[in-house]
Design a protein around this ligand. Structure first.
Ligand SMILES: Cc1cc2nc3c(=O)[nH]c(=O)nc-3n(C[C@H](O)[C@H](O)[C@H](O)COP(=O)(O)OP(=O)(O)OC[C@H]3O[C@@H](n4cnc5c(N)ncnc54)[C@H](O)[C@@H]3O)c2cc1C
Ligand code: FES
Length: 483
């Protein structure tokens, strides 16, 4: 069972109105629970925007928090007395005398791990086992990444948490990380880039903001992925939300995201979210899928069909309709060029349009660092080239998890561990047993796990993104462009 027990009651202010909330909630979740749907406006102040990603990766919830503009309130925890204002148009720059200056702290750990999802947690624990000092930073106010909203039991080997529910894995690993004396954790801590002298800049939000300058010997960046958007009329209307956004509301905070939903995309995420909506008492009008066939597993499709949910293949969304929030949505059949066929439109009364149209790896950190990137459709977008040991073209910068190409949590654990073992070997903390362990993991990943037809496409993508160590050396010397 998910633990929805509430934290301590706190009061904060939203546009000067007193709001009651519970510790552990984000500001946005607390506001959503009592009916707020508009959280910001387009820069011209004309178009309302609602919750979309719920993980700090879009700009739908930028607000003024305790005088700081452009704060993403979906990853801002509620606190007693917090003052939050919605923004319309560009916010005012705070007065110099009101700005709390950040204290600069220099840290020199063995390894900096960026991201506290499955990849980052596993990497941190493995590095700590080898006695390496780790600094782990995550921009959210809690650890776990996307695991915290996964309610199902994981498939696969026990070693990779098979049989345990995602949110339980998240709390187990988070506790282990927090209790580990070799790991120092900074939450609400955003790694914004690498300076030329090798220092990584990390901005830590809070009552006492910090400017961390971290000089590690190696970095594991497990920075995850973001949900994709698609083009249609009014796609920014409040009520159009990423599937993961709705999962966050339902599975993390116990909040019903809407009353009547339409899901776009019949891959596994779309099918699973439709089922979870039904369980939460939301009416699901249907699932529109642009391809002629359902992309997800038959067993998930059968589950939602049993509830009478229709799956419209060869259909896409053409518009969301409403003034300040979604009131209706229109879908239409598409021709062989994926263009809507006039006259085939269907309109549904709905307050929620959930987009389950795929994820794209978060690539900003690698691009800024100067890593050689490659666009690989099978992996969801731009990813850094890497060796099989997950080292990128920037020496000592490793990639793991969804940031290396969209797969799933199990591969994120495995990649986090491979990156960590590779660093342990490189820094002289490992031994022959470490090398053997790494080879066994690589063998399991490539010759067993990725042989499953379900992950075949991602596997092909990962092959395209992986170069030999000799090729990587040439890429570093500029003798091979790798793209
Ligand atoms: C909506 C959704 C549903 C899913 N359902 C399933 C499922 O049912 N089964 C399954 O196996 N997999 C599922 N997955 C996939 C699985 O959750 C991911 O593959 C896995 O979480 C990836 O792990 P990760 O560590 O790479 O990234 P994440 O779990 O995304 O963690 C990345 C972390 O990095 C932090 N971060 C990002 N950028 C920065 C930065 N610059 N500075 C500091 N911190 C940063 C983020 O806050 C986040 O905590 C789902 C994913 C999503 C999005
Ligand atoms: S950044 Fe808050 S909803 Fe996307």
């Amino acid at each position: 069972m998910i633990d929805f027990s509430r934290g301590r009651k706190v009061k904060f202010y939203y546009n000067d109105k007193v709001i009651e909330a519970y510790e552990g909630e984000s500001v946005l979740a607390a506001l959503y629970a009592i009916g707020y749907r508009v959280f910001s406006y387009s820069p011209d102040g004309e178009r309302p925007r609602g919750a979309f990603c719920m993980i700090g990766k879009c700009s739908s919830c930028l607000s003024m928090v305790n005088g700081v503009p452009n704060t993403r309130i979906c990853i801002e925890p509620v606190r007693e007395g917090l003052r939050v204002y919605s923004q319309k148009g560009f916010p005012e720059v705070p007065k110099v005398e009101e700005v709390v200056e950040a204290e600069t702290i220099v840290l020199k750990p063995d390894v900096l791990v960026i991201g506290g999802g499955p990849a980052g947690l596993q990497a941190s624990l493995t590095l700590a086992e080898y006695g390496l000092k780790v600094v782990l930073v995550d921009e959210h106010f809690k650890l776990g990444g996307q695991l915290v909203k996964q309610t199902h039991r994981f498939f696969g080997a026990k070693k990779f948490y098979g049989g345990i529910r995602g949110f339980n894995i998240a709390s187990k690993l988070s506790r282990e990380v927090m209790d580990n004396e070799n790991i120092e954790v900074f939450l609400r801590a955003y790694a914004y880039g690498i300076f030329k002298n090798g220092y990584v800049g990390v901005a830590v939000r809070g009552e006492k903001p910090l400017n961390l300058l971290v000089r590690p010997k190696a970095i594991v960046a497990g920075v995850g992925a973001s949900e994709k958007m698609i083009m249609f009329e009014n796609n920014d209307l409040p009520g159009v939300m990423g599937a993961g956004g709705a999962q966050t509301l339902m599975n993390e905070y116990g909040i019903k995201p809407g009353e009547r939903a339409l899901v776009i995309g019949a891959g596994n995420v779309g099918l699973i979210i439709a089922y979870q909506l039904l369980q939460a008492g939301v009416k699901v009008h249907g699932i529109a899928e642009i391809m002629p066939k359902i992309g997800g597993w038959f067993v998930h499709a059968a589950k939602v069909r049993r509830y009478g949910v229709k799956i419209y293949t060869r259909h896409t969304i053409t518009k969301a309709i409403g003034r300040d929030r979604v009131e209706k949505a229109e879908i239409a059949m598409v021709d062989e060029h994926f263009q809507p066929i006039p006259g085939s439109e269907k309109v549904f009364d709905t307050d929620l349009v959930l987009l389950a149209v795929g994820l794209q790896p978060n690539y900003a950190f690698f691009s800024q660092a100067g890593a050689v990137m490659k666009y690989i459709p099978e992996l969801g977008g731009l990813v850094p080239l890497r060796t099989k040991y997950l080292e990128t073209s920037v020496e000592n910068l490793y990639v793991a998890g969804d940031a290396s190409g969209i797969e799933e949590a199990t591969t994120a654990f495995i990649e986090g561990e491979i990156a960590a073992l590779s660093i342990a070997i490189k820094l002289g903390a490992g031994n022959n047993k470490t090398i053997k362990k790494r080879e066994e993991l690589l063998d399991y990943l490539w010759n067993e796990y990725r042989k499953s037809p379900v992950v075949m496409r991602a596997c092909q993508g990962k092959l395209k993104a992986t170069v030999s160590e000799e090729e990587m050396e040439k890429i570093r010397r500029g003798e091979l462009d790798g793209i």
